[in-house]
Ligand binder design. Structure first.
Ligand SMILES: Nc1ncnc2c1ncn2[C@@H]1O[C@H](COP(=O)(O)OP(=O)(O)OP(=O)(O)O)[C@@H](O)[C@H]1O
Length: 305
């Protein structure tokens, strides 16, 4: 008996000449919220679709909910929920009518009871009679999540579920994801938002079809061995362009009136910055964050390839 809901190894997928996913391996424990990040076109959706039985990998092996991703795709689909940002709904039906329609479309038993439960679990009961077309982005996403939970899946694949949704609605959506995870439901969720990545138990980062890092956020940040310092003052953009030319500087970024500088070489960085302290800048060391780590990973991967 193991506690994995996803266990895949060396999955590959080509679309014509394009090698979209390269030797992708991942293990997700039951009940975990696993974040999936990477630039546009890095292969997140393709990997998700291979793991949940929607498309067949060209090679590799693996299981989802202990079912083989090559030979038991139909069984997998019956036991998982899959939600994308582009879900279909009927605008002129209410939330409740939409859910009932879907429950009947999939011939689920006791459709009314299922709809009641989904409405209540996702905080939709008070809005059940609202037409879908008048709902804000956040409530539409919530309805979509309710729809993909009608058959009570134990594993959810959510592909950019909060794209374009406002911060308050995203926060509420994530509160729900944590409640589902507390109930033992496993969730694999792709996102471009760093604050959402930080809400996951673990994250995976893909670039150009390859998995560059995965694990807990502190472990991913620590593995890059980066040092980050912050400064403020006049002429930050000029300072930034001077620093960007130096080989010991990996990356720089300005947030408001503060410049963040990241390097892999602490001694060289300190020596370099000493010259700028003569010009009145003060530098203080800060924690390297996940975005710094991902940016560095992507840059080093581009340089290698
Ligand atoms: N059915 C398909 N036919 C041809 N090419 C495809 C197909 N699906 C995906 N691709 C290509 O495979 C690559 C990976 O796409 P994928 O959608 O998996 O990336 P992604 O990381 O999910 O991107 P995004 O963040 O933009 O959603 C892209 O270059 C894409 O154009």
């Amino acid at each position: 008996m193991h506690n994995l809901c996803i266990d895949v190894k060396n999955l590959n997928k080509h679309f014509g000449e394009h090698h979209a996913v390269k030797d992708f391996s991942l293990q997700v424990a039951k009940g975990e919220i696993y974040g999936f990040l990477g630039p546009n076109g890095s292969g997140k959706t393709t990997s998700i679709r291979m793991m949940c039985g929607l498309i067949t990998p060209d090679s590799g092996e693996g299981s989802c909910l202990d079912m083989d991703i090559f030979t038991q795709r139909e069984e997998i689909k019956r036991n998982i929920g899959y939600m994308t940002q582009y879900f279909s709904m009927w605008g002129s039906l209410t939330i409740r009518e939409n859910l009932l329609f879907i429950a009947r479309l999939y011939s689920l038993d006791q459709p009314k009871a299922r709809v009641e439960r989904a409405l209540s679990e996702l905080g939709l009961t008070s809005r059940q009679h609202q037409l879908a077309k008048v709902l804000s982005g956040g409530w539409k996403q919530r309805m979509a999540l309710a729809a993909c939970m009608l058959h009570e899946p134990v594993l959810l694949f959510l592909d950019e579920p909060t794209a374009g949704v406002d911060p308050k609605a995203r926060r509420e959506f994530w509160q729900m994801l944590h409640q589902l995870s507390d109930r033992g439901i496993s969730i694999l969720v792709s996102t471009h938002y760093m604050d959402e990545a930080e809400r996951c138990h673990k994250v995976a980062y893909l670039s150009y079809g390859r998995l560059l890092a995965n694990g807990t956020i502190p472990s991913i940040i620590a593995a890059q061995n980066l040092i980050t310092v912050r400064t403020s003052g006049a002429g930050l953009t000029a300072l930034e362009s001077q620093l960007q030319r130096l080989p010991e500087i990996e990356q720089t970024v300005i947030f408001g009136n503060q410049l963040y500088i990241t390097s892999t070489d602490e001694a060289k960085l300190k020596a370099t910055l000493f010259a700028f302290t003569q010009k009145g800048y003060e530098f203080c060391q800060v924690d390297t964050n996940l975005e710094d780590a991902f940016t560095y990973l992507m840059k080093s991967d581009c340089e290698k390839n």
